[in-house]
Ligand binder design. Structure first.
Ligand code: SAM
Ligand code: SF4
Length: 488
């Protein structure tokens, strides 16, 4: 029997890339590849790249420099390593990667990675392969489903892409160019995928998309379903105890989504709703298609149906033309809404976007200073939000053993990590925890007597705690808004 070939995959950027990386692993499993964490041991290395900000794409070229040494060293020992660049940098700079980085064998855009087996075969025969078209076929129909053991190894929480691409064309953003036009997967396919995950122990699903609440997939009745309708359908699947979705656009919050938050206990009361700026002048220059008051009204609609709902957001500081009074409007919006956390970024001009043509007016020092002021405010709100949990009893979905021996870590509804001393057989269960203290961003507590709500939650069907290998970063870790964010 031929020994398995080994695949090392490194993923940068958003949750969409984490999902894509897993699907590449699943697809290549059919070609005899198994995953390895050690790049030196790999026969194939894939960099799954991100182009959203300049620093994110710069990382690719420095990583390729390091990979050249690994590849040369392997060649000296008679071993061939293939290198593939996937993701949004591949899409945006495919030709340039081929030109600048001879170490690369395959370049594949995010809509074509289901062709990886053929591209690798082509590169073996002809030297190199590049595919950055937006193919007519839907890649999801061609991707291999994950194997049962892969699902179990990834843990009890999973991402599922339901929507891709974007038609909004915010002036700062590369997504419409790298991910293409907005498309939604049919409901039946999503239900099948979630059911398969649930059958193998997944009990929390995060539906993902660049604009997930623009979801408009074909329903089993032949009509177009909204995200709210999809969430209702998924909440009915046995074994699924928590549902989340990300990232939403304020303009696409329709009544069905609000109703889903009102009616579905499985839908977590924590919504990531990026606003970018509190200044209407800047929102208009960003082509966000909503004002700061539109955003406030959307928040009010959520809060009207669930008082315990919390929000996180994304902010960009230093967009061209942003003056101190615009920035003050952002601070005022943050102060008014009160966030449980947020990501904040320095504006990064992206080639090919309309904003990159606008002369930058905010100096690097001003940008740094505004970022710090914004992050201080967000940090104080996040700390207050976390402090407020102390002394309360909250439901926690337990994910894995923690670093400290005997401790198990899980997440609250608001994605706060919560640690308790307990046996690993609580992994995969939602249990009430009385929170006793806070250590930086982690809650510490002890298991409390079960509440009727937590008793009603089903433990996953067939997951054995010992089977759950700690994933590199769990979906919850990727999704948790960090107050510390940079221009990267
Ligand atoms: N679709 C989501 C929305 O509209 O809110 C955002 C998705 S985008 C992939 C993730 C975040 O990256 C954005 O919310 C924005 O804050 C940030 N971002 C995008 N382009 C950026 C740029 N050119 N400079 C700095 N941050 C940027
Ligand atoms: Fe980018 Fe989001 Fe704007 Fe689309 S809506 S262009 S993904 S920031």
């Amino acid at each position: 029997m031929k020994p398995p070939r080994k695949l090392h995959i490194k993923s940068y950027g958003c949750q969409m890339n984490v999902y894509d990386a897993q699907r590449m692993v699943d697809t290549l499993a059919g070609e005899g590849y198994i995953e390895t964490g050690d790049v030196n041991d790999a026969d194939l290395v894939i960099l799954n790249t991100c182009h959203i900000r300049e620093k994110a794409s710069e990382k690719v070229y420095s990583e390729l420099g390091r990979l050249r040494e690994v590849k040369d060293e392997a060649a000296r020992h008679g071993r061939r390593i293939s290198i593939a660049v996937a993701g949004c940098v591949a899409q945006a700079e495919g030709e340039e990667i081929i030109r600048r980085a001879p170490v690369v064998d395959v370049v594949v855009g995010p809509q074509s990675y289901h062709h990886l087996p053929q591209l690798l075969a082509h590169a073996r025969r002809h030297g190199r392969a590049l595919e950055t078209e937006f193919p007519v076929q839907d890649k999801f129909g061609f991707l291999a489903p994950p194997r049962a053991e892969a699902i179990r190894a990834r843990g009890i929480s999973a991402f599922v892409t339901v929507q891709e691409g974007c038609d909004k064309f915010c002036t700062f953003c590369v997504v419409p160019y790298t991910r293409g036009a907005e498309v939604s997967r049919p409901v039946a396919r999503i239900v099948d995928e979630v059911q398969r995950l649930a059958d193998h122990g997944v009990c929390e699903i995060t539906l993902i998309g660049q604009n997930v609440n623009a979801y408009h997939g074909e329903g089993p009745d032949g009509r177009i379903w909204t995200l709210g309708q999809l969430l209702h359908r998924l909440a009915a699947l046995p074994g699924i105890v928590r549902l989340r979705y990300s990232t939403s656009h304020p303009r696409d919050v329709d009544d069905s989504l609000i109703v889903a938050h009102r009616d579905l206990p499985a839908l977590m009361p924590f919504v990531h709703l990026p606003v970018q700026s509190g200044s209407d002048r800047i929102l208009s220059a960003m082509n966000r298609k909503h004002s700061s008051d539109d955003y406030r009204r959307v928040i009010d609609r959520f809060r009207a149906v669930r008082q315990d709902i919390a929000f996180s957001s994304d902010f960009i500081v230093g967009f061209p033309g942003e003056q101190e009074e615009d920035f003050q409007a952002t601070l005022a919006l943050v102060a008014q809404i009160g966030y449980a956390g947020a990501y904040s970024f320095k504006y990064s001009p992206r080639p090919g976007t309309p904003a990159a043509e606008i002369r930058e007016t905010v100096s690097a020092t001003e940008m740094d200073e505004r970022l710090v002021r914004l992050q201080q405010l967000i940090d104080s709100q996040q700390s207050a939000f976390n402090q407020a949990a102390i002394g309360t009893t909250v439901d926690v979905l337990f994910e894995r053993s923690a670093r400290n021996p005997g401790q198990i870590v899980g997440r609250t509804a608001y994605l706060q990590p919560a640690h308790v001393m307990a046996s690993p057989d609580i992994i995969g269960k939602v249990l009430p925890v009385t929170i006793q203290s806070l250590e930086r961003y982690s809650l510490l507590g002890q298991l409390a007597p079960p509440t009727p709500a937590s008793q009603a939650q089903l433990a996953p069907a067939d997951v054995a705690p010992a089977d759950v290998a700690p994933a590199d970063r769990t979906p919850a870790e990727i999704m948790t808004p960090a107050h510390i964010t940079t221009g990267a």
